[in-house]
Design a protein around this ligand. Structure first.
Ligand code: AMP
Ligand code: TRP
Length: 325
């Protein structure tokens, strides 16, 4: 069995990029050795209202359950409920260097957009490495934007093992072939994002069907009218083909070969997205209106995750010379 760990931030609303790039893979690869984590500590790196964080964390857990994560099979938990994450984070901050964190593309992008950014924004990938290494994860399913953070995790694990003796499993990333990078529908040179998209640029999981239809209809394509998958020359259309193919489990080329007109293709894409998301939306509403059930699932997840993470933290602390209690 493959030991898997992945995480998602509870900030913003979950979009089709998160679903196709990450959540769908989580569901299909879940097993008793899979750990899925709502990373609320990571959300504190940007400005977020406490009440909003609380609600979004519950939204996020409910979304993962609605999408098909089964808490009886995999472990679904909230990061801050497992103290070992923050504890290992400190140990690994004393293994990582300022230079390597300062080089991270996501840090450069996010810090460039605000004055007085938080130190946590710089050290964010160390916390992510802690999430992964605490579970002896072999495989980490993520979207393309997380490759660099995963490389850093591998480097930290290898450095730690070389310096303090074999302690951590060195994980590998697993980036899906289709929809690894779903792009903004209005600006297809930019990835679909929770925070930065134009109003029509992101398809959210819980958009009303009419909204989904409108956004897909207005999605930017091109004027040559040729139905062809070519992300470099035809980024807008290729993004839509990629989304279609990922929902229907086909290749974008096969999808393209069935259509000759953009309009017909867009109508079918809207219908496919709406139909695929409908059961998730219904289940989400049920879960969100039952706080007792949600909280029991969160408590169970915290217990299961702590049982795996604590011994690994102890192993690392001991290797570094901390005497323990
Ligand atoms: P985040 O929303 O940043 O917490 O991301 C949660 C997961 O979704 C991560 O595995 C990301 O790599 C993935 N993801 C985020 N945006 C996209 C996108 N536009 N396309 C594909 N995957 C994405
Ligand atoms: N950094 C990831 C993102 O922004 C979220 C994340 C945190 C994560 N910890 C993780 C992903 C551990 C995979 C494994 O998308």
């Amino acid at each position: 069995m493959m030991r898997i760990l992945s995480g998602i931030q509870p900030s913003g609303s979950t979009h089709v990029g998160n679903y196709l790039g990450a959540i769908k893979q989580w569901v299909s690869s879940q097993n008793p050795d899979a750990y899925y984590c709502v990373v609320d500590l990571h959300a504190l790196t940007l400005d977020i209202d406490p009440e909003e964080l609380r609600e979004k964390t519950l939204d996020c857990v409910a979304t993962l359950l609605a999408a098909g994560i089964d808490p009886e099979i995999a472990t679904l938990f909230v990061q801050s409920n497992v103290a070992a994450h923050a504890k290992l984070n400190w140990l690994l901050e004393c293994v990582a260097t300022f230079g390597e964190l300062n080089r991270m593309t996501q840090f450069k992008e996010k810090s460039g957009r605000q004055k007085g950014y938080r130190v946590g924004l710089l050290t964010y990938p160390v916390l992510m490495a802690s999430d992964i290494l605490l579970y002896d994860a072999q495989q980490v399913p993520v979207g393309d934007d997380q490759r660099q953070h995963l490389e850093l995790t591998r480097a930290l694990a290898e450095r730690f093992n070389a310096r303090y003796g074999p302690t951590f499993t060195v994980p590998v990333g697993f980036v899906p072939h289709a929809a690894a990078r779903v792009m903004d529908l209005q600006e297809p040179s930019r990835k679909m994002s929770k925070s930065l998209s134009s109003p029509l640029g992101s398809l959210y999981l819980f958009d009303e069907p009419s909204e989904i239809e409108k956004k897909i209809k207005k999605a930017v394509t091109d004027t040559d009218g040729e139905m062809r998958f070519d992300p470099k020359k035809k980024p807008g259309l290729s993004n839509l083909l990629d989304i279609f193919a990922s929902f229907s489990n086909e290749t974008p080329q096969d999808v393209a070969s069935r259509y000759s007109r953009y309009g017909d293709f867009k109508s079918d894409l809207a219908a496919l997205v709406i139909e695929s998301l409908a059961p998730i939306r219904t289940r989400y509403r049920e879960l969100r209106s039952d706080p007792g059930q949600l909280s029991a699932i969160i408590t169970l997840g915290a217990k299961k995750a702590s049982a795996s993470a604590e011994p690994v933290y102890e192993r690392a602390a001991k290797a570094m010379g901390l005497i323990g209690g």
